[in-house]
Design a protein around this ligand. Structure first.
Ligand code: PRP
Ligand code: URA
Length: 209
């Protein structure tokens, strides 16, 4: 079963409190999500493999280390996932970015896919699916299904906040996928919003309603 990692770095937790606060306006919300995404990228890349190389400093030749292994691909789920891309790219600037467009039908609460565009070599990449919210898990589950159908083999999921219900769905449907969160919340409400959550991530990021 995929592991759940709650990234409880104090800076992440501090900034997340302001992200959750209903009095935080769009500009500040966007900036904070960007900062938290960057901090989460730092934590999520902690175990990337290294390989030895030789360089010359101004003083002498020496052995040092550089990243080895698989290249990274970021796959934000549109639209709210977009809010986390730039923050991650600050630390992983060479990552390629694919997009999966999904929205949750307000009646059925089921995800509807309306767009997909991925790097051509996804089967060779370590993919990080990004979405601020993992609620029922329907959107992330569908996005991961779509990636696997197209050949993806190494997938991780990164969200700001998850409900236990969503985590369970991903663990059942995709036991190979590790999940990285800034917080694991209490539950879903009757409209499948995360409680206490942060409200509608897309609307808060883009100032829509
Ligand atoms: C939100 C969120 C996730 C999804 C989570 O997107 O960004 O993609 O809901 O819910 P789930 O786990 O129950 O599927 P939304 O459908 O509101 O679309 P948006 O990003 O375009 O606002
Ligand atoms: N999508 C959101 O944006 N927020 C929630 O709480 C649940 C789904």
């Amino acid at each position: 079963m995929g592991n759940v990692h709650v990234l409880d770095h104090p800076l992440i937790q501090h900034k997340l409190s302001y992200i959750r606060d209903k009095n935080t306006g769009t500009k500040e919300f966007r900036e904070l999500v960007d900062e938290v995404a960057m901090l989460m990228a730092f934590e999520i890349t902690r175990n990337l493999p290294l390989q030895e190389t030789t360089i010359e400093t101004p003083v002498m030749e020496t052995k040092t280390k550089v990243l080895a292994g698989k290249k990274i691909g970021l796959v934000p789920i549109l639209r709210a996932g977009l809010g986390m891309v730039d923050g991650m790219l600050k630390l992983i600037p060479a990552a390629k970015v694919g997009h999966v467009g999904l929205y949750r039908d307000p009646e059925t609460l089921k995800p509807v896919e309306y767009y997909i565009k991925l790097p051509s070599d996804i089967e060779e990449r370590e993919l990080i699916v990004i979405d601020p919210m993992l609620a029922t898990g329907g959107s992330a589950n569908d996005a991961i299904d779509s990636l696997k159908k197209r050949g993806a083999k190494n997938i991780r999921l990164m969200c700001l906040i998850a409900a236990p219900e969503g985590v369970e769905v991903i663990q059942e449907q995709h036991p190979d996928v590790d999940i990285y969160l800034a917080a694991l919340d209490e539950k879903l409400d009757e409209k499948a919003y995360i409680v206490p959550g942060l409200g509608d991530a897309g609307d808060r990021l883009f100032g829509t309603k």
